[in-house]
Design a protein around this ligand. Structure first.
Ligand code: UDP
Ligand code: MG
Length: 321
């Protein structure tokens, strides 16, 4: 029989050669002390330094370590997704590979999962990063993400989180979406909570991100909001915009008609003339986009046999003996 695993730790690594050995040491120590059956999955995201070579060296001696190596740099989200796909543990815990997260927090996360939560989000309450280009954008982003998704968390950006494995099975990650997993999971009915976790300064290697990440996060948020609210009914949002636009077009039409036929004015230079044409065209475009969206979602759900709902359990109906 296959060995059952309680915890899978997933760590994405991109050019972290100075960190890998210490990281393995700290994480495996914390896991051994936890007394659970564990595995450690380290994903080399196409590093150009010695990261992979060091990982292979450690894997030769550590039987709980699995190493995945990418052909090129696919990004942190892809690296995490690869780890999630391979993970066998009942609980999956991703963390950063730069020693900024503290493996000592793992038991605290597990405790919350055992209380019955499906997602436990780490909150770097005392975050050790620069204020102006990291913490401030993060405060604004977390506020926005919480407001828009309705899942209130202080720290979406913290990689250290714990997920019950089933939660991840229903979620596909694209772009930089890993930070939105709690929001996507809650869409499927997961119970989400957060606990403060330790955060340390990055001592070795450099951060892979700059301020431009903020804009990517905002754009991803638009996608997530759309998926959360309208993914099974695109015509409602595009159709709504389309109808509003057609109505504005109609009002513009009334305005030019009155000018021309009641007041006998020349309407060639009337701005409403242009607005009339613009609004009608945009309105038709929006409605067509909504219809295309409707066709797309049918392809998405029906071609994969995906239901548009998630069942928790079905009670009754079994043969009684
Ligand atoms: N990372 C990765 N692929 C990338 C960029 C980053 O696997 O393309 C890893 C990186 O090695 C680290 C984690 O993702 O383990 C978080 O990255 P980083 O520490 O640079 O982000 P920050 O903490 O500065 O937000
Ligand atoms: Mg970091």
């Amino acid at each position: 029989m296959k060995k059952e695993i309680d915890i899978s730790i997933v760590i994405p690594l991109y050019n972290e050669e100075e960190n890998v050995e210490l990281l393995h040491e700290f994480v495996s120590k914390a896991l051994r002390e936890s007394g659970r059956r564990w595995e450690l999955i380290m994903v080399d995201d196409g590093s150009s330094d010695a990261t992979l070579a060091i990982l292979k060296k450690i894997a030769a001696e550590e039987r709980n370590l699995k190493v995945i190596s990418f052909r090129r740099n696919f990004g942190q989200t892809a690296a995490m997704a690869a780890g999630f796909d391979l993970a066998e543990g009942a609980v999956v815990i991703p963390m950063d590979g730069d020693l900024q997260n503290d493996p000592e927090d793992i038991p605290k996360l597990l405790e919350k999962v055992e209380e019955g939560f499906d997602v436990v989000s780490g909150w770097r309450k005392n975050r050790k990063d620069r204020f102006i280009n990291r913490k401030l954008p993060s405060i604004i982003a977390n506020w926005l993400i919480s407001r828009i998704t309705g899942v209130y968390l202080h720290d979406y950006g913290c990689t250290l989180k714990a997920y019950r494995k089933e939660v991840l099975e229903n979620i596909n990650l694209y772009g930089e979406m890993h930070r939105f997993i709690p929001a996507l999971a809650s869409l499927n009915g997961a119970r989400v909570t957060e606990i403060p976790v330790n955060h340390r300064e990055r001592e070795y290697g450099t951060s892979k991100y700059g301020i431009s990440r903020t804009f990517k996060v905002i754009l991803d948020l638009v996608t997530v909001k759309f998926l959360l609210s309208y993914s099974t009914k695109p015509i409602q949002i595009f159709g709504g915009l389309g109808i509003s636009s057609l109505m504005l077009g109609f009002l513009s039409f009334v305005e030019i008609s009155v000018s021309k036929f009641v007041y006998g004015a020349d309407v060639t230079g009337n701005p409403f003339f242009l607005l009339f044409i613009l609004f009608i065209l945009i309105g038709i475009q929006f409605i067509s986009m909504g219809l295309l969206g409707e066709i797309n979602i049918r392809t998405y759900f029906e071609s994969q046999g995906k239901p548009i709902y998630v069942i928790k359990e079905i009670v009754g109906g079994e043969e009684k003996s």
